[in-house]
Design a protein around this ligand. Structure first.
Ligand SMILES: [Zn+2]
Length: 274
């Protein structure tokens, strides 16, 4: 019917359905005390004094991360790295992710690698019989995961952590389409310079998700140094839209903060049909 729906359907068709193996690995991730560390974006880089500096281009770009520091060895030697290209596969019914999100004030920061919104405690997801608390969400442009080789303009990562330290990241593809007012209270506070500020409004992260939450899952890693493995990836099959103006607003701050796709190696994907 509407152009929006046809765009969404077209995109959804690219998405896989498959059989999967999720390995809930132990994360050696060390940033347990701070939401800043959720996806590795808080480690190293321009905004922190600790950790070896890394970047998305040049001598400190993704192909060199593994040799920049012994702490980043997994970036070069890991065999279960993220992101990956998502390909079609056989449909398999997976249990739904239960989202127990509550409204939160946001502390929005530019850490030199992304724009990240730290979320208040008390929101969580449940999947695989395990509960994971929402720590923060942040953005990559273009997307890090690809679907049949195609990037979306932006990918949102909602980073969650279980009581025993395991990470689960929900990925949401953001494609060009109608203006998405759910992001207005985040986009109004996009920080152009390194630093943080509190958004003076409450945001419900559930409003940032597509209506259908079917997903593709695999065992991967942080997509930024130290590239720690054992991360459960839950990439939603349906995208959400943003207007070109909204997409460009992020692009004015970060363009190309996406790690290239990594080899799948011996891993398998699985995806639900909804
Ligand atoms: Zn990320």
């Amino acid at each position: 019917m509407s152009e929006r729906i046809s765009v969404l359907k077209k995109f959804s068709l690219f998405l896989p359905a498959a059989a999967l193996v999720v390995t809930l690995g132990m994360s050696s991730y060390s940033g347990a005390k701070s939401p800043d560390h959720g996806d590795g974006h808080g480690d190293g880089g321009k905004a922190k004094s600790h950790g070896v500096h890394w970047d998305y281009t040049g001598a400190e770009g993704p192909s060199h991360w593994g040799s920049l520091s012994a702490d980043y060895a997994a970036c070069g030697k890991g065999t279960k790295q993220s992101p990956i290209n998502i390909t079609r596969a056989a449909l398999k019914d997976l249990e739904d992710i239960t989202f127990n999100y509550k409204k939160s004030g946001l502390n929005i920061l530019n850490n030199g690698h992304t724009v990240q919104a730290n979320y208040a405690p008390g929101s969580s997801i449940k999947v695989g019989g395990k509960s994971y608390d929402l720590l923060q969400f942040h953005f990559h442009g273009p997307s890090e995961h690809t679907v049949d080789g195609v990037n979306a303009p932006i990918e949102m990562h909602l980073v969650h952590k279980s009581a025993d330290g395991a990470l689960a990241v929900v990925g949401v593809m953001i494609i060009s389409g109608p203006h998405n007012s759910a992001f207005d209270n985040v986009w109004a506070f996009l920080p152009h310079e390194v630093g943080s500020r509190d958004a003076g409004v409450l945001v419900d992260a559930e409003g940032l998700l597509p209506a259908k939450r079917g997903y593709t899952t695999y065992s991967g890693s942080l997509t930024t140094p130290p590239c720690t493995e054992g991360v459960t990836w839950l990439v939603l099959n349906d995208p959400v839209t943003m207007s070109a103006k909204q997409i460009n607003a992020f692009g004015e701050i970060f363009k190309g903060n996406n790690r290239p796709v990594q080899p799948l190696n011996r891993r398998s994907l699985s995806a639900g049909s909804n």
